[in-house]
Design a protein around this ligand. Sequence first.
Ligand SMILES: [Zn+2]
Ligand SMILES: [Zn+2]
Length: 102
Amino acid sequence: MQFCQKCGRLLVKKRTRFVCDKCGQAAKGKVKIRTSEKMAEKTKIGVLKDKESNVWPVTSATCPKCGNKTAYFWSAMARAQDEAETRFFRCTKCKNTWRESH
Ligand SMILES: [Zn+2]
Ligand SMILES: [Zn+2]
């Protein structure tokens, strides 16, 4: 909390600093809370990116090669409108990759 150095009023938090409502006097220095918020945001995004590139979603699918019941999956865009979206699976155990059969 900061107060106006001219008239003693409680300062209002603006975009980057505290400003007096009455006389327009601005507090010296920038709002400290703002800086730490920005830093927290950056850390969050970094963590998310790492996860996305390393982990695929896992679903229950039976591997035709070893019979394992769990597989990573992703889908490929259909090239034509009447073509269904193709899903691919990769066995979590033997790394065998196969297409979803309709
Ligand atoms: Zn003031
Ligand atoms: Zn397998």
